[in-house]
Design a protein around this ligand. Structure first.
Ligand SMILES: C[S@@+](CC[C@H](N)C(=O)[O-])C[C@H]1O[C@@H](n2cnc3c(N)ncnc32)[C@H](O)[C@@H]1O
Length: 413
C-alpha cells in the first residue's frame, strides 16, 4: 500500500481509514470546482449485453461489429479494438471456446467480468501485462466484500456463479469460495460505465476509484470518458477533506436513498441530508418527490396519510383523496410500466413511447406535480423521441406524428 500512497500523493490525495466507513480518500491540497481529482482505467470491464444490441468489447460502440470467430461470444468494431484486447482475450477466447452452445448462453457480463479478472491476474503474475501501484490485483484483494452480511439466497447464487467461472477457467489453483467473495466485491465496488448522456454501456472494476465513499450531498462526481473513470470536484474541496461521490440517484427521498444504499452497499448513510430523516422538512420533501397530488388540480399542496388511514389529506387546502382511488391508478401505472419495459427490451420503441405517454397522463392524475417518477417518465418519452427522430433528420424527413408528440411534451415541461 506504500506504493499506492506515493501514487496518490502526486494527485494531492492520501489513503486513510475512518472507523465508521473503512478506507477513504482525503485531499492533501485544495481542489477547485470542475478540477479532475483522479482518473483510472478499469482493471477489467465488460460491455452490457442486450437481446437487441451488442457492443464492441474495446470501445463499447454498437456500429460495424464483427463477432470473434474463435469464441462467438465477444464482438469488436475493428482490428484496433481487437488488437488492444488481444493479450487478455486470447486466454478468454480459449476458455469460452471450450464451452458447448448451452453453456455459452449462460456467460453473462458478470460471469465474463469475473473470468477476465482471474485471467488478468494470471497475465500480471506471469509479467505478460505490467503491474503498477494503481493497476494491481492487490488492490482488488483490498476491496470490501461484506461477506458476513450477505443473505443465504444471495450466497447460493454467488456459489453457483463461482462454479461456472471455475468451470470456464479450469485453473486448479483457484478457490470457489474466493470467486464467490469476489462476486460480493463486484456488487458493492464495480461501477456502471455510462456515456455522456448517462446511458449505461457496461460495467468496470476500478479499484482505486472504489476507495471513494458515498454521500447524498457529494463534493465530487464520477464521469466516464470512454472507459476511463474520472472523478471531478463539483465544489471547492479544502485540503484535508474526504473526497465523496454519490453511489445512487440522489433525487429520491431520504427513505428511498437509505433503502438503496442498505440493499446494495450494506451501510446506513449519515450524511447531512440523511440525518434529517423524519424531520418535518424531510417529510414534506418526500411527500413532494414521491407522494400524491391534491384532488384539486389547481392546488400544489402535498398530501400526508390521514390518521384513520383511509386516505391522504392535502396539507394546503385540506381536501382528502381516497386511498382506493389512488391504489387503482397506481396499479394501472405499474402494469403499464412493465409492458413498456417489455416493448423497449424487444426493440419496439414506438409502442413503448405510446405506453409512456399513457403512463405520463396517469401519473399527472396521481402524483404531485414535482414528483420524480413523473419527471422520469417525461425524460424517457423525450429521449425516445429525440433518438427516434435522428435517423429521419439524416434524410431531412421528420415524421409529423413524432413532431406533434415532441411539441406536446415541450409544452408540458
Ligand atoms: C466502494 S466501497 C468504498 C470504500 C470502502 N470504505 C473500503 O474500505 O474499501 C463501498 C463501501 O464503503 C462503505 N461506505 C461507503 N460510503 C459510506 C458511508 N457514507 N458511510 C458508511 N460506510 C460507507 C460501505 O461499507 C460500502 O459498502
Amino acid at each position: 500500500m506504500e506504493e499506492l500512497q506515493s501514487a496518490l500523493k502526486g494527485n494531492g490525495l492520501t489513503l486513510s481509514n475512518l472507523p465508521e466507513k473503512g478506507r477513504c480518500l482525503l485531499t492533501t491540497r485544495d481542489f477547485h470546482p470542475g478540477e479532475v481529482i483522479i482518473s483510472q482505467q478499469p482493471y477489467v470491464c465488460v460491455p452490457n449485453k442486450s437481446p437487441v444490441e451488442s457492443r464492441c468489447d474495446g470501445c463499447f460502440t454498437t456500429s460495424n461489429l464483427k463477432k470473434c470467430s474463435g469464441c462467438h461470444v465477444v464482438w469488436y468494431c475493428g482490428s484496433t479494438c481487437q488488437k488492444l484486447d488481444w493479450k487478455l482475450h486470447r486466454l478468454e477466447c480459449e476458455a469460452l471456446s471450450r464451452l458447448d452452445k448451452d453453456r455459452r448462453k449462460c456467460v453473462t457480463p458478470s460471469i465474463r467480468l469475473m473470468v477476465k479478472l482471474y485471467l488478468r491476474r494470471k497475465l500480471q503474475s506471469e509479467k505478460v501485462i505490467p503491474t503498477t501501484a494503481t493497476d494491481s490485483y492487490n488492490l482488488v484483494e483490498a476491496l470490501v466484500s461484506h461477506m458476513p452480511d450477505i443473505d443465504e439466497k444471495q450466497l447460493v447464487l454467488y456459489a453457483q456463479m463461482a462454479n461456472l467461472v471455475n468451470f470456464i477457467l479450469q485453473q486448479p489453483d483457484i478457490n470457489i469460495k474466493e470467486i464467490a467473495e469476489n462476486f460480493s466485491k463486484f456488487a458493492c465496488n464495480a461501477h456502471t460505465i455510462c456515456d455522456s448522456e448517462l446511458i449505461p454501456l457496461g460495467t468496470g472494476l476500478y479499484p482505486v476509484i472504489s476507495i471513494i465513499n458515498h454521500s447524498c450531498l457529494p463534493n465530487s462526481v464520477l464521469v466516464f470518458e470512454g472507459r476511463l473513470a474520472v472523478i471531478r470536484a463539483v465544489q471547492h474541496i479544502p485540503q484535508g477533506a474526504e473526497v465523496l461521490i454519490s453511489y445512487i440517484d440522489t433525487t429520491g427521498s431520504t427513505m428511498t436513498r437509505q433503502k438503496a444504499l442498505k440493499e446494495q452497499y450494506l451501510f446506513t448513510c449519515t450524511c447531512p441530508r440523511c440525518i434529517k430523516l423524519g424531520q418535518s422538512d424531510d417529510i414534506q420533501e418526500s411527500a413532494v418527490l414521491e407522494g400524491y397530488r391534491c384532488k384539486d388540480e389547481g392546488c400544489n399542496g402535498f398530501l400526508l396519510r390521514s390518521s384513520d388511514d383511509k386516505g391522504f389529506i392535502c396539507q394546503q387546502c385540506g381536501r382528502v383523496r381516497d386511498k382506493e382511488e389512488i391504489r387503482k391508478i397506481a396499479s394501472e401505472v405499474k402494469s403499464m410500466s412493465e409492458k413498456a419495459l417489455m416493448s423497449l427490451s424487444s426493440g419496439n420503441q414506438l409502442e413503448a413511447v405510446s405506453m409512456y405517454q399513457t403512463i405520463e397522463k396517469l401519473q399527472r392524475k396521481l402524483c404531485h406535480p414535482f414528483s420524480i417518477s413523473l419527471m422520469q417518465t417525461r425524460e424517457k418519452v423525450l429521449k425516445e423521441y429525440i433518438q427516434g427522430s435522428i435517423p429521419c433528420l439524416d434524410y431531412n424527413i421528420i415524421p409529423v406524428e413524432s413532431l406533434n408528440g415532441f411539441w406536446e411534451i415541450q409544452r408540458m415541461l
